[in-house]
Design a binder for this molecule. Structure first.
Ligand code: IPM
Ligand code: MG
Length: 360
């Protein structure tokens, strides 16, 4: 099969980690007889430097005409980078939000599981981490506070800022369907996270989720308040299978969940529209402090490429091969700095990419 992949390396460690992911994809291509063509595109800070804006119509059009998008990371140091002297709409993050919206990527899948080899890197007590955990966070990605109307103005002589949290029934229903569909392929349990005791948007959220659940009698549905969820993630992470939640709750809870896996450098993500099209990127940021040093952990990006194989290209055995090569590399003691522990072999970013490619 031939697949055309739009590649956005982005800023900071983005170029290094994406290079390792395409190295692994090329190995998959050799081994399984596929051709992956890459179109390099700019987005984020590098696009600001080249084009004056974080996202161009050309980048959007090129993504739309590809089979999937592979992305590294965007953004820089918010206190020192000149990008953050620009108005908010011209900063790197505006490019990321813009591309999510332009491509209709409303469903963000963030799988979090504790590799047994990394259980020592989990900051939880052994009695909790020894039970392991394997959850999928389904974050709504194109609604809520991120996309509601916002303004900063003077009201009666006082500076006042407003952000608005809006959800329509349709927006909630389509993410709920994705969550229940994926739960059917897993352990058939959905925990929906909201703040129903305070927010109107959460009351509608809970009503629609409950309605959609009626179409999935085999799936157990539980509702959880977001503040309790933050506690439950560190108290009993094994209880989660699929978690579905709105945009900002999902942003915060997925960072918390990543921390208990040992490192955010391990977490892939997929952002999908209603078809098989998706944008695949690591859950972590651009880590400007270690950019260009060949130190970053490329595993999250490599696992994101595996999600692309699985969800956009229906290449199940190829995706399995990448995931088992990652497990094998960890079992062989290979570690990047973020997951390093005594007695293990410390590898650079490119050495980790080489190792995982060899194991495919
Ligand atoms: C993420 C990031 C982004 C978000 C930022 C960079 C805008 O934190 O993908 O989780 O908040 O969605
Ligand atoms: Mg985030």
């Amino acid at each position: 099969m031939t697949k055309n992949i739009a590649v956005i390396k982005g800023d900071g460690i983005g170029p290094e980690i994406v290079t390792e992911a395409t190295k692994v994809l090329d190995k998959v291509g050799d081994k399984f007889g596929h051709t992956f063509n890459y179109t390099q595109l700019l987005m984020g800070g590098c696009s600001i430097d080249a084009n004056g804006v974080p996202l161009t119509e050309e980048t959007i059009a090129a993504c739309k005409s590809s089979d999937a998008v592979l992305m590294g990371s965007i953004g820089g140091d918010t206190t020192t980078s000149p990008w953050y002297k620009l108005p908010p709409n011209f900063r790197p993050e505006a490019g990321l939000l813009g591309i999510r919206k332009a491509l209709g990527l409303f469903a963000n899948l963030r799988p979090c599981h504790l590799y047994k080899e990394l259980s020592g890197a989990c900051p939880l007590k052994t009695e909790i981490s020894s039970k392991g955990f394997d959850m999928l966070i389904m974050r709504e990605l194109t609604g809520g506070l991120y996309f509601g109307e916002r303004k900063t103005e003077e009201v009666n002589g006082v500076m006042t800022a407003t952000d608005t949290l809006v959800y329509s029934e349709e927006e909630i229903r389509r993410i709920a369907v994705k969550a229940f569909d994926v739960a059917m392929k897993r352990r058939k349990k959905v925990i929906s996270v909201d703040k129903v005791n305070v927010l109107d948007s959460s009351r509608l959220w809970r009503k629609v989720i409950t309605e959609v659940a009626k179409d999935y009698p085999e799936v157990t549905l539980e509702h959880m308040l977001v503040d309790n969820c933050a506690m439950q993630l560190v108290k009993n992470p094994a209880q989660f299978d699929v978690m579905v939640t709105e945009n900002m709750f999902g942003d915060i809870l997925s960072d918390e969940a990543s921390m208990i896996t040992g490192s955010i450098g391990m977490l892939p993500s997929a952002s999908m529209n209603e078809t098989k099209f998706g944008l695949y990127e690591p859950s972590g940021g651009s880590a400007p402090d270690i950019a260009g040093q060949n130190k970053a952990n490329p595993i999250a990006t490599i696992l994101s490429a595996a999600m692309m194989l699985r969800y956009s290209f229906d290449m199940t055995k190829e995706a399995d091969a990448v995931e088992s090569a990652v497990s094998k590399a960890l079992a062989d003691g290979c570690r990047t700095g973020d997951i390093m522990s005594e007695g293990m072999i410390r590898l650079s970013c490119s050495e980790m990419g080489d190792k995982i490619s060899e194991l495919i």
